[in-house]
Design a protein around this ligand. Structure first.
Ligand code: AMP
Ligand code: ZN
Length: 114
């Protein structure tokens, strides 16, 4: 999508620190990290959010979670745990309407989720 921030990152129109890439998925460092490790995992294809996924997306969503798990297993900073979350819509605090999973870790995370 033309004016979508994360689509522009996929197209390299906006710089980012990429940590993982394949034909369908991109992962890059969050510009405003909330933890020592704070990565954003996205589908390269524009999907607005978890509220917009369809049956045809289930393999892709599963693959993103698998790649996050594989990445985390290799990162020593994440050996004692981490958090994966996605915000949805206004009440969910989603500021970028392109589906993304936050991977947070490298410290003891706040137990509060809301
Ligand atoms: P959310 O609030 O769940 O929609 O998350 C959007 C995330 O994108 C926030 O954590 C922002 O810090 C992050 N972000 C915004 N702009 C950029 C950018 N240019 N590069 C990397 N991360 C970004
Ligand atoms: Zn997009």
């Amino acid at each position: 999508m033309k004016d979508c921030l994360f689509c522009r990152i996929v197209k390299r129109e906006i710089p980012s620190e990429i940590v993982y890439e394949d034909e369908e998925i991109l992962a890059f460092k969050d510009i405003s990290p909330q933890a020592p490790v704070h990565l954003l995992w996205i589908s390269k294809r524009h999907i607005e959010g978890l509220d917009e996924i369809a049956a045809q997306d289930q393999l892709l969503i599963g693959k993103i979670l698998l790649k996050i798990s594989e990445y985390a297993q290799k990162d020593e900073e994440l050996a004692s745990g981490y958090r994966v979350c996605t915000n949805i819509g206004l009440d969910g605090g989603q500021t970028v309407r392109h589906l993304h999973f936050h991977l947070l870790g490298g410290k003891v995370l706040e137990p509060k989720m809301a």
